[in-house]
Write a protein that binds this ligand. Structure first.
Ligand code: FDA
Length: 475
């Protein structure tokens, strides 16, 4: 058992209760584990926080269906999981490069933007060092308050093998494979969920781009006719580019309602919206200002494409025009009307927004690059969500320290990080930019909560006769 599992509570004989259970182990909760690990290393066992994380995937994985060859990060490598909080951390991207023997080679590229494949490898390298904190292949499906004298000060996180029903692993604590983790705090870092157009269901020939690499691998051994890609954002452009390159015998139709792909604003002043300071400014702003800022700067992240990729796609279209062919077809100002499964593919019905003309594209597959939506933390919280306070628009009230405001019936901490906190913490909530700093903030909040709890506990313990009354002195 590591320092992270052997902290202050263990010394008090309270071995079954974690200080924190994290749901999801994507980059957000991985970064938090690093911050806590580094705190534990500094504080020693007496002040260490005990943590356990639950991750649905069988091993660490970051958007693996979109790890396209050549696709680069849209964030500087310096915004890794640790540098912005502590450049001396052993979990930085530079440290990773150094250990891989690639530091000089990386520098010679003169780029701040590694490929996604390389950054994924960096994430995995970090995750491997923290493997004993995570239960992979398990999903949390409910969180229950444990009744206490003055409100619930602990929570039970109910977990089961991911895809339960497939059979419990041999080392499961009970026959069903269910396991309950008791904790003083829970952090939900459950990320994003694919969004499909209204009325569309994924199937053998209808994919969300999340699964692109896995699905595309299954159709390589046939002659190909055509693929359609719906959407005009970064994932859509990457998908069109990938299919065009990987399936040289297939036509690729990019279907979107805009006139053209629009470039992402990554200019330096706009980029400051991703700074840790911007989170403070956003958090304190009135709600209407928050909405305005999200609107002004949506084009840093939503429905926009990296400028170089736009140029690359345009060049391909133009070169085909010179050659008198048209394998990459940009069906702009065009909307999706419907999809119909066929025995050997899919019929995609589209409509021109300018002429109203409708027509069908028979395809091997259609890829819906139609975005993602945040996973709503309330789905996992279940009835406990009723104890979480909301704003006038029904959204969770989340403190600056990422802790959800609750009724007085719940004293345990419920933290939310990631896309589900965009309405309170701004556009960077769903991204990697502030993960290192945010993790430090959550770690500090947990430590503060723990210090307060110890004061309260000490107060409630009667002083032994003749003693000086430790509980009173701590007040
Ligand atoms: P993320 O979705 O990564 O992880 C959540 C984890 O929780 C998942 O592993 C999931 O399995 C798990 N989980 C969910 N529910 C669970 C449950 N009930 N029980 C157990 N486990 C559960 N951002 C950026 O800043 N720069 C970039 O370059 C990119 N690039 C990029 C490419 C692509 C293709 C996508 C789709 C997104 C990006 N992003 C990005 C944005 C992206 O949201 C961000 O990089 C991180 O994935 C956010 O990390 P999280 O940990 O919050 O969510």
């Amino acid at each position: 058992m590591s320092a992270g599992h052997a902290g202050a509570r263990a010394q008090q004989g309270d071995t079954a209760t974690e200080d924190l259970v994290g749901i999801g182990f994507g980059p957000a909760n991985l970064a938090l584990t690093i911050a806590i690990e580094e705190h534990n290393a500094r504080s020693g066992p007496g002040g260490a926080l005990r943590t356990a994380f639950v991750e649905r995937q069988p091993e660490f994985g970051w958007h693996q269906g979109m790890l396209l060859s050549g696709a680069t990060m849209q964030v500087s490598f310096l915004k890794d999981l640790a540098t912005m909080r502590d450049p001396g951390s052993r979990f930085t991207f530079l440290r990773y490069l150094h250990e891989q023997g690639r530091l000089a080679d990386f520098i010679n590229q003169k780029s701040f933007f590694p490929t996604r494949i390389e950054f994924h490898d960096y994430f995995r390298w970090c995750a491997a060092m923290l493997a004993d904190r995570v239960r992979y292949g398990r999903e949390a499906y409910a969180v229950r308050a444990v009744a206490g004298q003055e409100g619930a000060d602990t929570l039970d996180v109910l977990t089961r093998p991911a895809g339960a029903g497939l059979g419990a692993p041999a080392d499961s604590p009970d026959a069903s494979g269910e396991e309950t983790l008791r904790t003083r705090n829970v952090v939900l870092g459950t990320g994003l969920r694919p969004r499909l157009p209204e009325g569309v269901t994924a199937g053998p020939h209808i994919w969300h781009n999340r699964d692109l690499l896995f699905r595309a691998a299954a159709v390589t051994d046939r002659p190909h006719r055509r693929f359609a890609v719906v959407g005009a954002g970064q994932s859509a452009a990457e998908t069109a580019d990938y299919l065009y390159r990987e399936f040289p015998d297939a036509e690729v139709c990019a279907v979107f309602s805009r006139y053209g792909y629009s470039p992402a604003d990554d200019s330096p002043f706009a980029n400051r919206i991703f700074d840790p300071d911007a989170v403070d400014a956003f958090y304190d702003a009135p709600d209407e200002v928050k909405q305005t800022l999200l609107g002004y700067h949506a084009n840093t992240n939503y429905s926009v494409v990296d400028g170089e990729l736009i140029e690359q796609l345009y060049r391909a279209v133009y070169q085909e025009k010179v050659a008198g062919t048209e394998r990459l077809r940009i069906l702009n100002t065009t909307s999706l009307v419907g999809v119909e499964d066929l025995p050997d593919g899919v019929r995609v019905a589209v409509r021109s927004l300018t002429t109203g003309e409708r027509y069908a594209l028979d395809c091997d597959a259609v890829v819906m690059a139609t975005g993602y939506r945040p996973t709503d933390p309330r789905e996992v919280l279940g009835p406990l969500a009723e104890e979480c306070l909301t704003d006038g628009r029904g959204r969770l009230r989340i403190g600056r320290d990422h802790r959800v405001a609750t009724t007085s019936r719940v004293r345990a901490g419920i933290y939310v990080q990631g896309a589900a906190a965009e309405h309170t913490h701004g556009i960077t909530a769903s991204l990697l930019s502030t993960l290192a700093v945010r993790s430090g903030e959550i770690c500090d909040s947990l430590l503060l909560g723990e210090a307060e709890r110890q004061v309260l506990t000490a107060r409630s313990v009667p002083a032994p006769a003749g003693a000086d009354g430790v509980a009173v002195r701590t007040a």
